[in-house]
Ligand binder design. Structure first.
Ligand code: C5P
Length: 287
């Protein structure tokens, strides 16, 4: 009899806006952000096994950057759900990696969320969504939103998640082989007495309406200035996307990835063709 297995997709996210409200006593920052899942996915497969182990596969430039040991968020997720599930056993967790690592696209958080859902099923834990969300919050600030799956308005340190309605949008993505660690980006924001962006209400309304022309100029990320100051190539990527005809461009999360918004799929292909290394994404994915 072959081992049973469960497969889940882990979707990269884009922060359509990221507003940092201020530092908190617990070391985190209060924020507001609209995130959308995208067509860029990792595949997470879990199988019955004697012990817990994580195997990361994929192109060397992406898979090679993922820690397979204690810092791997999928392994952290497996240990956390194991504590909460009386039927927990071993499992082999295989991650087919395509999402750039530490690129502000939430890949590690998405892998962790997919691992929670897959092991809940493989082990027959039957944990309800609220319990899974509690576990997710302890793994990382972005994991509850990735668990929820759809477009979402995040607040608090990111763990408060409200579903948002966003029409399908098309993007050109520029990613780098280096990442930016979120603790660094937030610390730089503190040191700079960083900015807090505008009320996102007009942006949310435009995103719900699917009005890419109105969304483009409203995209913003309060972490951009401090990351651009240390990594000029990220600022350059934003300029290149705009020069290539994107309706707007913004860094995702704490970087290093940058996305340019297009009016549709064909326009996204035109923009991507004009920027070295750019790839086309939809987010939220077109049906
Ligand atoms: O929650 P997570 O482990 O992803 O956060 C990593 C680090 O990023 C935190 O320890 C903190 O330094 C920073 N962070 C923050 N405010 C947030 C989210 C993350 O300062 N809302």
């Amino acid at each position: 009899m072959g081992a049973r297995q469960v497969i889940r997709e882990a979707r990269a996210k884009i922060n359509v806006f990221l507003r940092v409200l201020g530092a908190r006593e617990d070391g985190y920052h209060d924020l507001e952000s609209l995130i959308v899942p995208t067509s860029l996915v990792d595949a997470v497969t879990v199988k019955d096994a004697d012990a817990l182990r994580v195997d990361v596969r994929g192109p060397a430039w992406v898979a090679g950057a993922v820690p397979a040991g204690g810092l791997n968020l999928a392994l952290v997720a497996a240990l956390a759900i194991g504590d909460a599930c009386p039927d927990a056993r071993g499992a082999e967790i295989v991650i087919e990696k395509r999402i750039p690592v530490a690129g502000g696209l939430g890949g590690g958080s998405a892998d962790a969320a997919a691992t929670l859902l897959a092991l809940n099923e493989l082990w027959g834990c039957a944990l309800d969504p609220a319990t899974l969300a509690d576990i997710a919050e302890r793994i990382g600030s972005d994991v509850p939103a990735m668990l929820a799956g759809g477009p979402a308005l995040m607040s608090g340190r990111g763990e408060l998640v409200a579903p948002a309605e966003v029409a399908p949008l098309w993007w050109a993505l520029v990613h780098f082989e280096f990442g930016v660690r979120s603790p660094d980006a937030y610390r730089w924001w503190d040191e700079a007495g960083g900015p807090t962006g505008p009320d996102p209400e007009p942006l949310l309304a435009a995103a719900t309406a699917g009005d890419a022309g109105a969304v483009g100029p409203l995209l913003f990320n309060d972490l951009e200035p401090v990351v651009f100051a240390r990594h000029p190539q990220v600022e350059q990527a934003k300029a290149s996307l705009l020069q290539a005809g994107a309706l707007g461009a913004v860094m995702s999360g704490s970087g290093s990835s940058v996305v340019g918004l297009a009016s549709g799929e064909e326009h996204a292909r035109e923009v991507a063709a004009r920027v070295a290394g750019a790839v086309v994404l939809s987010g939220p994915p077109a049906p």
